[in-house]
Design a protein around this ligand. Structure first.
Ligand code: ZN
Length: 588
């Protein structure tokens, strides 16, 4: 029986190393021991079937065990570190369901001269130390630009615009440019005016604003709109090497907030080249999910027609294979469509007019789409047909209708499990939730709007429509899974404020925007964890604490499920871990 004998021999040979290991190293349970066990504080699993646990064990970057302390402690070996949470709360770390990672690279090179809650500036005098600290931190030399963002004179205690005279004594040798909170203008000092060649002889262009010093034609400091655009366009751009060097600090914005999956939610071709380079150089320690812009696809896919708008467009059949897989922590997940603008800027697309005039004083203004429906239909069909996930920015209900129509025409059904994500879904009509259910659409809401622009939306749209912004409670009642986002850097990377705005829906001025759309903290947390993971097809590896999933974890100083609602805003991140490795730790 030569064959049998051979099999026996092979079997014996295969067994030998295991036997040797078992007897040789003297630690035959070594394979199942935890690297770390967490206990001694609330553990929120985000698993509906077992919401809390007493302990969690981690091994090789994954969760090994979750359950009672007695169960989990069975995974303890000689080398296991047991971490006492000391009453702090452990959760799965957060996913950024929609934001702009490229903005993080920019922002870390700028000073934050915003006012609370985004930044520290409450008076003109406060701006100076913020800029001085920024100069020291970045080692900015004389002659180099100092750029700040978030300048908002309307909330400063001085009750006036800052001028070049406020900045000049402190920064005589550096051009200073403080970008207005609207992003439509900036405050300049004298050195900056000299750099951009703007003086008392400069005429104000049509559609522009150049504030002048009283009794003279000399620019005072603030420059807005068309007068500002050429300044911003001609600013010196950081080199690729300088940008690559900002990746660590940019990722710390996320890690410091307990976020371990970031999104680059509108990726241009040149951004993707930079992201790939950073990934290939091993600079990413968080996961970055990139959504290439549909109108940049031609530049990214060689076979694609050069002119997306109206030209022949065809994705190669194998295009989908470029999506859905991490390479060195960078993943392309889907194609990003942008169908309308912003509701606070009145450039979203609604089916019914606003109560206030349009941005240029138009009557019965209801905004406009960025592309005609035929263009959206055609592009969406192509992306759907090729099996690539669609993410579409739609703020107004008429823009949402365009995606609904495009999906219907393309034959999309919920059963396809495409998880088409409608980013913002800000001003829906209630019946559109039924369309979402039918088509398998999933909303990524932006409840921060209730706080930052709730009052403005109520003025523009009336109470009923404003109250229905980001209707998370209604969506959940329909059985939809939804995420919540900050659209970073439109609003800060602040998961606690995202939770709070979903739960309280309070405007800056304190009134509640849509009390019926408030959700409980568990639901608000799901929108930042398991349901955000589901939207990008990662629910089997992220979003809950369950054995086998990645050990992407955050430790908070308090439990958001048990503190008073308004105290959620004060919860601090103690530590953030990506696959078991600490990527952020609060300094003691
Ligand atoms: Zn966005």
């Amino acid at each position: 029986m030569p064959i049998d004998r051979r099999n026996v021999l092979l079997g014996a040979a295969a067994l030998t190393p295991i036997v040797l290991l078992g007897t040789g190293c003297g630690e035959k349970e070594g394979d199942v021991n935890a690297d770390k066990i967490f206990k001694g504080g609330p553990i929120v699993t985000m698993n509906d079937a077992a919401r809390s646990a007493e302990a969690v064990a981690v091994r090789s970057g994954r969760i090994l065990a979750v359950g009672s302390e007695a169960e989990v402690m069975q995974t303890k070996g000689a080398g296991t570190e047991v971490v006492d949470l000391g009453g702090h709360t452990l959760l799965p770390s957060f996913l950024d369901a929609h934001g702009h990672f490229m903005n993080a690279l920019q922002i870390v090179q700028w000073a934050n001269v915003s006012s609370p809650p985004v930044g520290p500036v409450t008076s003109i005098a406060d701006i100076i130390p913020v800029l001085k600290e920024h100069v020291a931190r970045l080692g900015i030399k004389p002659g180099e630009w100092i750029i700040g963002y978030g300048y908002d004179p309307t909330v400063l205690s001085d009750g006036r615009e800052a001028t070049r005279d406020d900045l000049d004594p402190h920064f005589p040798d550096n051009p200073v440019l403080l970008i207005h909170v609207s992003n439509h203008g900036a405050l300049l000092n004298s050195k900056a005016f000299a750099e951009v060649g703007m003086d008392e002889t400069t005429e104000t262009p049509p559609g522009g604003v150049i504030l002048r010093k009283e009794g003279s034609n000399e620019p005072a400091g603030l420059v807005m709109e068309t007068a500002f655009l050429p300044i911003f366009a001609n600013m010196p751009q950081p080199s690729e090497e300088e940008l690559l060097d900002t990746f660590d600090e940019a990722q710390q914005i996320y890690a410091g907030a307990g976020v371990t999956t970031a999104q680059e939610g509108a990726t241009h071709a040149k951004d993707l080249r930079l992201l790939r380079k950073a990934a290939d150089e091993g600079r990413l320690y968080l996961d970055v999910v990139s959504l290439p812009l549909i109108f940049e696809i031609p530049a990214m896919v060689k076979e694609y027609a050069p002119d997306f708008r109206g030209g022949p467009t065809e994705l190669p059949d194998e295009a989908a294979s470029a999506f859905g897989t991490y390479r060195n922590r960078l993943k392309l997940q889907g194609v990003k469509f942008i169908v309308d603008g912003s509701p606070q800027g009145k450039t979203a697309f609604w089916s019914e007019p606003l109560l206030t005039p349009g941005p240029a004083g138009e009557e019965n203004w209801r905004g406009a789409p960025l592309f005609p429906p035929e263009t959206v239909d055609k592009a969406a069909k192509e992306v759907f047909d090729k099996g690539i996930q669609v993410f579409s920015h739609c703020n107004g209900d008429a823009a949402i209708d365009m995606l609904i129509d495009a999906a219907r025409k393309a034959g999309v059904e919920a059963g396809d499990d495409r998880r088409t994500v409608i980013v913002h879904s800000q001003f829906m009509r209630p019946e559109q939730l039924d369309d979402y259910v039918e088509l398998g659409f999933s909303p990524s809401f932006f409840t921060m709007h209730a706080f930052f622009w709730g009052t403005v939306h109520t003025e523009n749209l009336g109470k009923e429509r404003a109250d229905y912004l980001s209707p998370m409670a209604s969506a959940v009642k329909k059985g939809l899974r939804c995420s919540n986002h900050s659209d970073f850097s439109v609003t800060p990377m602040d998961p606690m404020r995202m939770i709070w705005t979903a739960v309280a829906r309070k405007a800056r001025e304190g009134q509640v925007i849509g009390k019926d759309e408030r959700v409980d903290v568990w639901q608000a947390l799901k929108a930042l964890t398991i349901d955000a993971a589901w939207q990008i097809f990662e629910e089997d590896r992220k979003g809950t604490l369950e054995p086998g999933k990645l050990a992407d974890l955050v430790i908070l100083d308090k439990n958001p499920l048990t503190v008073d609602t308004d105290d959620i805003l004060d919860i601090a991140v103690i530590e953030t871990m990506k696959e078991g490795e600490t990527v952020y730790e609060r300094s003691a």
